[in-house]
Each structure stands twice: as structure tokens, then as C-alpha cells.
Write a protein that binds this ligand. Sequence first.
Ligand code: 26Q
Length: 757
Amino acid sequence: MTIKTELEAALARRGLDLDTCDDRALLCALTAALREVEKGLPPAGGGRKVYYFSAEFLLGRLLRANLINLGLLEETEALLAAHGRSLAQVEDQEPEPSLGNGGLGRLAACFLDSIASLGLKGDGVGLNYHYGLFRQRLDTGRQVEEADPWLAPESWLLDTGVAFQVPFGDFILTARMYDIEVPGYRNGVCNRLHLFDVEHPAPAPAEGIDFDPTDIPGRLTSFLYPDDSTEAGRLLRLYQEYFMASAGAQLILKELEEGGHSLQELDRWAAVHINDTHPSLVIPELIRLLTERGVDLERAIYLVERTCAYTNHTILAEALEKWPAASLERVVPHLMPILRALDQRAKGHSSDPRTAIWDGEDLIHMAHLDIHYSSKVNGVAELHTEILKNTELRPFYQLYPEKFTNKTNGITFRRWLMGCNEPLSALVTEAIGPDWQRDAGRLEDLLERQGDAAFLERLRAVKGENKRTLARWLRERQGVIVDPESVLDIQIKRLHQYKRQQMNALYAIWKYLRIKEGHTPPRPVTMVFGAKAAPAYTLAKDTIHLLLCLSRIIRSDPQVSPWLNLVMVENYNVTAAEHLVPACDVSEQISLASKEASGTGNMKLMANGAVTLGTLDGANVEISRLVGEGNLYLFGRSADEVISLYQTGGYRSSDYWQKPEVGELVDFLLSPHMLAVGDVESLTRLYKDFLAKDYFMALLDLEDYIAVKEKCLTDYEDRPAWSEKMLVNIARSGFFSSDRTIAEYNRDIWHLDEPGR
Ligand code: 26Q
């Protein structure tokens, strides 16, 4: 079967033809055609199977990704072109499944792609949120949240007919299993993502993202992490977590039986991966199910510990999940005896209260549960894992040194280079042949082109083309005019204080004032931001407000606007990232050292020829080692310095504010200029935070940041030298392939090929 026959059949079934149907109908037909192709592909075979449990899978659009992996992209583009159609336009009809917040969810999506592409036996397990993350509208200086539906009658979701009963304290819910196919890259394999849903989901909320959080049976799968600011919202999340854990655990045991294996062999045939703590209840749930089926408790604990592994994605205290025992008692009373037993047993291993699962305040620490009862625990970049071992999880490391391992994150180059950057992919293939498409490590072959002036010029030309493409996209999407000849400086990631968009905003103020003083830069600079703020995160929303105010002030100033532009991209999501990443010149990775576990946007931007401006944090450490000093721009305090400042309480932001160069920028927040366009309450809140708290030390690193960024912008003017930097970044980015990451998970944690272990 070719895609042509499948597509024609799908169109014929709908009474349509390729010449006249609209793009939306063509998308449906193409989706159906690809699903037919995928139906014929078997899942990866092998011994043990990994179940990747994650509350988030930030998939992004699937049409192009599936065409690439099925090896059908070129054929389909040609077929559409022969009928005057364009894949890009069809694709624009596809709603993005935003079933994740950011890095953690996107990582899970890259991992599924790599598991299938390496031909490994493994499926994802998650929840079928009907609305995923909210859609962001920027309206009169603020973020407005709207529901973002992605489920259409003809989406990628398949109803499997499989269902499990999930018991809660006061009712039982049916979990129906829906699947999304995950084809491997040109290897004839198709794994699956299992998304569980309630049987009778409540209808869409009338407006925004508000709904009744106490309607558990109707609302359990409505939204991704609904509202964490209220008790009812938190409880709903606990219902979600157990729903996923229980349905997934039941699926594992069902497949174990279907494979003809005994429950006693769970660890031989299954590996359970716990992506952050959100799926942690799978541990007591598996133990419950095993003991209910006659396995004795000690043996069940032994099997589950050998089966499970846990990844930590953050050291920020507020993200480490703790549940009041009373909440668990209410939602999952039947797990309490098991949790009690697990806690007692853990206390037998260690009397250190810092390792308690159940603490003296009746809080249950999910990460502690995971570490005691997993075979492996990993951080997501070298520095992050070291910090876990030496600081945050030190008592656990002393208890179980053999459990700790580092797995530096990665990205799938199929989406993040081949899929989103056709011009660069074509140039790379022309230069070094196609092998890099299977093995991103081969990108290093590009290093042979160092010093090849003609090639470097073509590299520059590709970047220029991508910048013009982005400028068109921004104009059409948002009516914003961007100068494609300007330096494109991009910070795209969730809005969080530790990521320090607020520090970048202070740079914009500095630059604005410099230009007002007559110091124009060698070439215009465009500062691009893309970020969503959690609905209840006030300071994050204030920062969006600040950026939008600055954008207005800069744009309406005829003296400044030819030289500086600040653009806030509305509704930043995977699709927007795919437009922004190929065009970026300078990649802003400016988190306070020690706070960003890894970052993955840094990898995507690097692979597309951006040069990193950043702190030595997360995977920037590895980027820096790979590209070498001259090929990125580092500034700011080191992780060690920052950690010791926290320990000694030695940082006082007011000391920095008192420096006139710093104070002037902070004070600008409350200048008549700002107050003329902005909201006094928001700006005052930000101002006071800088002065009295600045927990993430933006003022500490500010001067260094400004100086290094200026150096970076100056260096940009040496176009040949900058092109070399681009080249080295692309060439060295192959290490960050999620294929490498997954191969390491398999080698050190899952051992999928050795069921006997
Ligand atoms: C926790 C408790 C209660 C409610 C919500 C949460 C919660 C939800 C989402 C906690 C954390 C998250 C998401 C975390 C995340 O995305 N972390 C990022 O993971 C990436 C992949 O490993 C890293 O690259 C980033 O550095 C890290 O910030």
C-alpha cells in the first residue's frame, strides 16, 4: 500500500477528492490514511517492556512527525504538490495536543519517539486531558487563559475498547484506554501511547478554564493540572494521579498474563518508569494488585522495587510533591495499609527523618517513596545529578549510592531539526550525507567544514532565510513587524522566576536607556519572548505584564524602535517553538545556576545554529564542554557560589540595588514612563520583589549579564567568525539526541533485551 492509495481511499470514503476538498478535510483524510499504514506495523518485540508513566506528554502536532518516521514525507509532499496542495497549509489545521506544561512533558514525547526509533519495546502511559494546557491570549497587557480543545472526531486517538475499574474512597470509575500510535523512524515499528479517560467526561466549560473541581467523575480528565491554589483543585490532581497509576498498573498485569508469565516474574518482563513523582502511586498500587492476587507482601515489594525507576526533574522545593495523609486517606483509603507498611520498612533502613516517607507532620513525600522503592533514581543533567547527590538527596545517596545515576536529557532530531528546519537539514545532508538522520552523532562530520568560507556563507544564508520565514509568520499570526536583518535574541520557556525572564527585561530597559543616550548598537536587536505563566503564579504574570509594557514603550519611541524591538509571542507552544527555533541567533539560557535541572530548549536552539548565552546551569554545562569556550557566552555566579549564598543567607538584593547602574534599571519599573502604560499594582509588586527578596538573584548576575550580552552582540558583527560558532554548535549538538539518552536508560536502567536479569 502506498500513501497515495490510502489517501485516495480515505478521501473516497468521505466523498471527496484531492483537488477540491478543503485543508481541514484533507487533514482528516491524511490522518486516517496514516492510521491505516500504522495499523499494519507491529510494536517492537523483545523481552522486557518499559511502561513510561507520565502525567504529561507534550506531543505537539503529529502529522509531519508521523510522516517523517514512516518515511512518507517526501512522497506525500509531492503527491499534494501535484494537486496544487501544500502540506504546510494542511498542517496548520491540526490542533496541537498540548498535554504537558513544558520540559518534562516534551521530554516524555521525545522519549516515546526514541524508544520506538531504537526498536525498543515500550509504551507511554498517561491521561487523555480534553483540554491540555490552556491557550494563552495576550490582551491589553495581560495573559488571558482559554480552554484549548484538541480532540476532534478524527484525531489521532484510537478507542481500544480496553477498560479498567479504578476504585476510589467513595466511588469506582471506569478508565477507558485510548491509544496514539508512535511509529519508529523508518524501522517498521509502531509502539503506543496509552491515554486513559473517564467514561462520561463532562462537556466543555462555557468560558475560560473554570469548572467545578468537585465533579470528579466528569472532570477528572478535563484539564492538565487544573488548579493547585485550592484544596479542591489539589484533590482533583490526586484523583488524576491515582487514576493513571491504577489503570496503568492493571494494564501491566494484564499484559503480563497475556504473555503467559506469572506475577512472580513481574520484574523480568516489565520496567516501570516514573516520570517525576506524579505517577508515584503506581508503586503501592502494583503492590496492592499483586498481594490481592496472592503474592505475599515482602515478595511484592521486592518485585516492584526491581521493576520501578524514578526520574527527578527539579530541585525546587515547591515542585516536590507531598500529600497530606488525610487527602490520601480520602481518595485512596485502600492504599493506606500499604503506604504504612512501606513507610515502616523504610524507617527500618534509615532512622534519618530526612528520608521518611511519612513525616512527623503527616505528609507523605512522594519522591521519598520513589527512591526507597525504585531500583534506580536519575537526574537529568550532570550538574543536576551531582546536586541531588550532594545536597538535596544527600541522605538518600548515602543510603543507596548504587541507585543514583545521571541521564542527561535529549531531544528528537527528527522533530527538532529534520521536521522544523528543512533548509538547514538539506544543507547538512549535502555537506555530510544522510547518515546524521539516523545517528545525530554524525553531525560532528560538519567540523570538517570549519574554515570553509563558502560553506559558512551558505550556513548564514540558511539562517537568514529562516529569519525571514519567521518574520512572515509573526506578521501573519500576530501583526508584528520584525526586521529579519536584526539579531534575533530568543528566550522561550515557561515563565518562572528562576528562569529569570525578569533579568532579561532589565537588560531591555538598559538597552532602551543606552539608545536614548545615543549609543546605538551596530545592528538592530530583536528580543523575542515566548512563555506561559501558571494561572495562579502572580509574579510570573506580572513579568508578562512588564514585558508587554516594555514592548509598547520601545515600539512607540521613534528614537529607539529602529534599533530595538521586543516581541512577546502569543500562546507559546510546541508549534510556535518549531517556527522560532530555526531562526534564532542568540539562545537565552539564563537561569540562576543550580536551579534549572537540565533545560532542553537550549539543545534545540543549539542544534539549529543558535549560540548560547547562559549560566553554567543544567545541560549548559555539557553544552559548554562540547562546544568550547569560544562558542558560547557564559556569565554569572557558579552553582557552588549560589548554593553557598543560600546556605549562608549571604545575598541581599538591596545591596545590588544600591549600585546606581543597577538601581536605575529597577527604578525604571515605577518611572512615569512605565506607569503611563502599565498597571501600578503589578509593577510595584515586581519592584518590591527585586528590592526586598529577589529570591533567584537576578540583580546578583545582572551586570555580568549585560556585559557578556554586549560582547556577544559585538561579536555577531564578525560574520565569518560567528558562522564558525554556529557550525560548531550544530556539529556538537548530536550528543543531545534523545536516542543517546534512551540508549543509556536502556543500558543502565531498563535492560530491555535481558529479561533474565
Ligand atoms: C508538582 C506538584 C504539584 C503540582 C504540579 C507539580 C509539577 C508540575 C510540572 C511539578 C513540575 C512540573 C514540571 C517540571 C518540569 O517541566 N521540569 C523540567 O524538566 C525538564 C526535563 O527534564 C528539564 O529540562 C527542566 O530543566 C525542568 O525544569
